[in-house]
Write a protein that binds this ligand. Structure first.
Ligand code: DI6
Ligand code: FE
Length: 412
């Protein structure tokens, strides 16, 4: 056993160890070194030689410690907001109608293009801070409001800067195929040509994107256009994920599975064949109840079928200015339980282990020796309470790679 750099004592650990449900350990000690967990177990099993005079000791004061949460689907870098559209939708306009009238995603595209990198950062950072305060230490952020190379790269740079400033992990996704930009209106194939020939290679060369996503939908891109984007991403060595079957069944889940993608997200209209394909290809189903809620959708994702086929289910905020202005991953969990019928354990696995899987990350999402010391401390008695409260106090402290990241004095 190596000497710990730091440990938390007097806590209750929720390890989520495979096959053990919550994997609760009372009166636990969690020790780590070099940012990786070295020991998670009951105090009486703590090896004496692991604690040295220079080991930092954090008093847990009885807190519940879970793996830090992972939000595996967000669009939180953008400029402006769309409160007026929210009011239009309350008066009966549909999301598709607003998009067809030139609003929707394109309204945010105009605002984002007009913003400097620093302005974009200043507007986006508070949203990332809100998620961090809610227990999140790994965050996926998509581009997709630039829709031309420079503005897309600017969004991705802002996402990377957020990681540096907050000291948390950010995985970036290039979502150039989010909408047809205004200058290509009526010519989606020309835009996809441009995206495949110029934008994707430049984004890949920049090293600013960890994955590629697309919006396969009537108001987005066709399956054929999506396949072209994915084929090019594959050539460039970038993994893919998909906004699939959110508003209609275009066979998105099966398409993603055929491309051996990381995750298919939304899935309200997915068919049985798509679910089977996700299971066979070991793709994660990412549920986004915030968008379901805000769009007042009535068709639910096929949770029972996903379960029956053993598809790993994740839950994310989809934080975006149009369909899911949601800044709490715990609230996404509560919505996933109360609206989609997930169990509390499924919701917590969906924002930890399965969310890591959805990002292709094998080094986090549970409290096991060898994994990253990414931890969230909570003032709750049982982890099911993470999916129970609607709002209220966030995490007491969040550690990323063994360092406290919330600017408060608790365990800091
Ligand atoms: N589906 C969504 O729910 C978001 N993007 C997408 O492809 C909405 C993005 C927006 O309306 O700004
Ligand atoms: Fe989304």
């Amino acid at each position: 056993m190596p000497r710990f750099d730091a440990l938390i004592r007097d806590c209750r650990a929720c390890t989520l160890a495979p096959g053990q449900g919550w994997g609760l350990i009372d009166d636990a000690v969690i020790g780590w070194c070099d940012g990786l967990l070295a020991f998670v177990g009951p105090r009486e099993q703590l090896p004496g030689e692991a604690v040295g005079a220079d080991t930092r000791v954090y008093p847990g004061n009885g807190a519940l410690v879970t793996p830090a949460l992972i939000d595996c689907h967000t669009h939180l870098v953008f400029a402006g907001e769309r409160v007026a559209e929210f009011e239009q939708r309350l008066e009966g306009a549909s999301y598709a109608q607003i998009a067809q009238a030139g609003g929707g995603i394109n309204a945010t595209v105009l605002a984002t293009r007009a913003a400097s990198e620093d302005q974009l950062l200043a507007q986006s950072l508070p949203r990332a801070r809100a998620l961090l305060a809610d227990g999140v230490a790994t965050l996926e952020i998509k581009s997709g409001y630039g829709l031309e190379l420079e503005a897309e790269l600017r969004m991705l740079r802002v996402a990377r800067r957020i990681a540096d400033i907050l000291g948390i992990s950010v995985r970036t996704t290039f979502l150039g195929a989010h909408a047809v930009p205004p200058e290509y209106r009526g010519q989606p194939d020309d835009y996809i040509n441009r995206l495949c020939s110029h934008m994707l290679p430049a984004v890949a060369a920049s090293g600013l994107a960890d994955a590629v996503d697309a919006f396969c939908e009537g108001i987005g891109f066709t399956p054929a256009q999506t396949r072209r984007v994915f084929a090019r991403a594959g050539e460039l060595g970038l993994p893919v994920k998909l906004h699939a079957d959110q508003l209609s069944d275009l066979g998105g889940a099966a398409l993603l599975a055929a491309c051996k993608g990381l995750s298919a997200d939304h899935l309200e209209y997915s068919n049985a064949e798509g679910v089977r394909a996700l299971a066979q290809a070991d793709c994660v189903a990412v549920l986004l109840p915030g968008a379901f809620h805000c769009l007042r959708e009535t068709r639910k994702p096929p949770v029972a079928d996903l379960r029956a086929h053993g598809v790993a289910i994740a839950v994310a905020t989809d934080c975006n200015p149009g369909t899911s202005p949601l800044l709490s991953l715990r609230l996404a969990m509560a919505l996933a339980c109360n609206t989609f019928g997930l169990t509390a354990l499924e919701a917590v696995l969906g924002t930890t282990a399965n969310a890591a899987h959805a990002l292709g990350l094998a080094d986090r999402g549970r409290l096991l020796p060898g994994l990253r010391a990414d931890l969230a401390l909570w003032d709750i008695a049982h982890p099911a309470a993470l999916a129970y409260w609607l709002g209220g106090a966030g995490a007491i402290q969040v550690f990323s790679a063994g360092e406290p990241r919330l600017g408060n004095s608790v365990c800091g």
